[in-house]
Design a protein around this ligand. Structure first.
Ligand code: E4P
Length: 217
């Protein structure tokens, strides 16, 4: 049950790394635009914050598999923990197959259907990213999609590909994704904050602090 951070903000990632509960990072072109920096430098800095077991997704942006692979090679040379993110398109799947055949880890992103998941598995993907929030925006049941993928994985004994729930908008998405069989959930930092907060924890803590002070008067 792994947790990734869904951001390209190196400062924020460095801060959350301190807690020791973050297993990786996902980035995308929009998050890179928000960071406003050179993507290769950003991936290089993020990957240096993690050990080799982590996964740092760097997304390639190109029209052909050939060009995706050229970008992938540049990212892959940065650090062993960099995972190449490709879109679930004909060229993206082609790039995924070629990179996976070379033992380069690939995350097939923008997954909205079971058919896409099946092809990504066939292409050797290490991760597939169903987009829960965007599914819901389009009246697709993203959690049911994860359940169906998990069912197919069990029936076919698929263990090499991991289900990475993405486009997470609230804490229910996290719980529901894990319940449906996701291996990993990637979270915007503000949603991670919401995971450990509870008003009863705050209330209980205030009472404990008060009682402790009175005892030690
Ligand atoms: C992660 O891999 C995705 O790029 C990200 O979760 C997309 O989230 P969004 O739909 O909120 O943009």
């Amino acid at each position: 049950m792994k947790i990734f951070l869904d951001t390209s903000d190196v400062k924020v990632i460095r801060k959350y790394c301190e807690i020791g509960l973050i297993d990786g990072v996902t980035t995308n072109p929009t998050l890179m635009k928000q960071a406003g920096r050179n993507p290769v430098e950003v991936i290089s800095e993020i990957s240096s914050l993690f050990n080799s077991d982590a996964s740092i997704s760097a997304e390639v942006v190109a029209d052909s598999a050939k060009d995706m692979i050229i970008q992938a090679e540049q990212y892959h040379s940065i650090n062993k923990n960099v995972t190449i993110k490709v879109p679930c398109t004909y060229e993206g799947l082609k790039a995924c197959k070629k990179l996976s055949d070379r033992d380069i880890k690939v995350n097939v992103t923008l997954i909205f259907s079971l058919n896409q998941s099946i092809l990504a598995v066939k292409a050797g993907a290490t991760y597939i990213s169903p987009f829960i929030g965007r599914c819901e925006d389009n009246d697709i049941d993203g959690i049911d999609l994860i359940s169906s993928i998990r069912k197919i994985f069990k029936l076919n004994n698929i263990t090499k590909t991991h289900i990475l729930a993405a486009s997470i908008r609230n804490i229910d998405h996290i719980n529901d994704s894990y319940k449906a069989g996701a291996d990993i959930v990637t979270l915007p930092p503000k949603i991670f904050e919401e995971m450990y907060k509870h008003f009863l924890t705050d209330q209980g803590l205030a009472q404990f602090d008060k009682d402790w002070k009175e005892l030690n008067k």
